[in-house]
Ligand binder design. Structure first.
Ligand SMILES: NC(=O)C1=CN([C@@H]2O[C@H](COP(=O)(O)OP(=O)(O)OC[C@H]3O[C@@H](n4cnc5c(N)ncnc54)[C@H](O)[C@@H]3O)[C@@H](O)[C@H]2O)C=CC1
Ligand SMILES: O=C(O)C(=O)COP(=O)(O)O
Length: 410
């Protein structure tokens, strides 16, 4: 039988949005979490606020916006699972200040994105998007003009992280020369070379591909000016975030012929689900290969992500472990057979641990184990105590100033 927690598992409400893989539901069920509401799309803010009000856990992908306003109306929310890499759709500062842990799957879909970019590099260098569109209209564009091999061309990777660096190795296997720009000095893989500025990369690359997270510093990183700096006839690929590229300026340089092509997977505004219309200034431009944010959407990646993130949520719920959390101090906890476990999340200000320990000393409560970890904003204390004292201890430590959230696990 699944271990019992302070809250009966069937009372723990889990809201899964955006059609996360069935593997997530299966993992949760195997750990006793069956109170799951499963929706295929993201929700508009008002419906999200209504549904999140009594959720203990929420699982989302890249589309659901968990803003401060939404999170402030989720009094029971213990943790957020981003069943993807990006966490820009969550107001992480608000989640942290509210004591809500955030988890993601930082590596599961990186290979899928890298493979798509390799395919798009070859297809766009050959002018396939346009030739395909013309064939569909009954035309026949048999010509070698503007059609090139990938071999010997320069691939410029912006953001040399988990995706960018994998892509680098794959592109070299195709015979490409690889340069990259990153804000951090990175060990180049193979023969790749780091350049010192984005402008340097734009001036050299035949194909520019973006793999940065959405940050204030990456918003509109590729605007009209940067597009102009790209080589005439170059190609732009974006499978990072829609806000990184000025999409209207991109439409202009594709129409003017300054760029030979583009492959775009992410957009400033994306439909909430497959029933909604996709609107974009790139629609109807034949040399733009458009995909509906599917860089990470392969069966392999989605199944693995479902398992990985669901396990992180279940483990946090069952025993308090926060390993690889995006915003919480990381604590890997042992089991707690025979004792009750108190989880105390507080603002990281001086004196909280002292105040907690005072409660135990004043009330003569024996501590069997204690774990503490902090980050800049949060402190996370885990205390194992004899079962008979956990109610009293919980009551007392809840009242300590700077407390954000507190719960007990049986
Ligand atoms: N289209 C899709 O379905 C998918 C999109 N993504 C997007 O791809 C992004 C990148 O993913 P990973 O490679 O796993 O992330 P990562 O965090 O491993 O790598 C990001 C790299 O970008 C660098 N960087 C940050 N700011 C920069 C700047 N201003 N200029 C240059 N470099 C900068 C970082 O130093 C880091 O090396 C994710 O954040 C996500 O938004 C991820 C998976 C699927
Ligand atoms: O992993 C990411 O960051 C992605 O962009 C994938 O998003 P998705 O789960 O396909 O909505």
């Amino acid at each position: 039988m699944a271990p019992q927690t302070s809250l009966q598992k069937d009372k723990i409400r889990i809201l899964l949005l955006e059609g996360v893989h069935q593997s997530a539901v299966d993992v949760l069920a195997s750990r006793g979490y069956t109170n799951v509401e499963y929706l295929k799309t993201s929700l508009p803010e008002d419906e999200l606020i209504e549904k999140i009000a009594d959720a203990h856990f929420i699982g989302i992908r890249s589309r659901t916006q968990l803003t401060r306003k939404v999170l402030e109306q989720a009094p029971k929310l213990i943790a957020i699972g981003c069943f993807c890499i990006g966490t820009n759709q969550v107001d992480l500062q608000a989640a942290t200040e509210l004591g809500i842990a955030v988890f993601n799957a930082p590596y599961s879909n990186t290979r899928s994105v890298a493979e798509l970019i390799i395919a798009e590099t070859i297809l766009t260098l050959r002018g396939i998007p346009e030739k395909n569109a013309v064939c569909h209209r009954g035309g026949w564009l048999k010509s070698a003009k503007g059609s090139f091999e990938a071999r010997g061309k320069t691939l410029g990777i912006v953001g040399y992280g988990a995706i960018g660096s994998q892509l680098s190795v794959m592109a070299e296997a195709l015979g490409m020369r690889v340069i990259f720009f990153d804000v951090i000095t990175k060990l180049p893989l193979g023969n790749a070379m780091q350049v010192n500025s984005l402008d340097e990369l734009l001036a050299q690359a035949d194909v520019v591909t973006l793999h940065v997270p959405e940050l204030p510093s990456t918003r509109m990183m590729i605007g009209a000016e940067q597009l102009e700096r790209m080589k005439p006839g170059a190609i732009l690929l974006n499978a990072s975030r829609g806000t990184v590229v000025d999409i209207d300026a991109l439409a202009e340089v594709l129409k003017s012929g300054h760029l030979a092509g583009a492959a775009i997977d992410v957009f400033p505004v994306e439909p909430r689900g497959n029933e909604d219309e996709f609107q974009s200034p790139l629609r109807g431009i034949d040399n733009a290969l458009l995909t509906p944010h599917i860089g990470g959407s392969t069966m392999e990646a989605q199944e693995n992500i479902g398992i990985e993130v669901a396990e992180k949520l279940a483990i946090y719920s069952d025993n308090g472990t926060t390993t690889s959390s995006v915003n919480f101090p990381e604590v890997a906890l042992p089991g707690h057979p025979g004792v009750h476990r108190l989880l105390h999340i507080h603002k990281n200000v001086p004196g909280v641990l002292g105040a907690i320990n005072q409660v135990f000393s004043d009330n003569a409560i024996n501590i069997s184990a204690q774990f503490l970890q902090t980050n800049e904003t949060l402190g996370y204390v885990v205390i194992d105590v004899d079962a008979e004292y956990s109610d009293l201890a919980l009551e007392k430590i809840k009242d300590i100033p700077a407390t954000l959230r507190c719960r007990v696990l049986f």
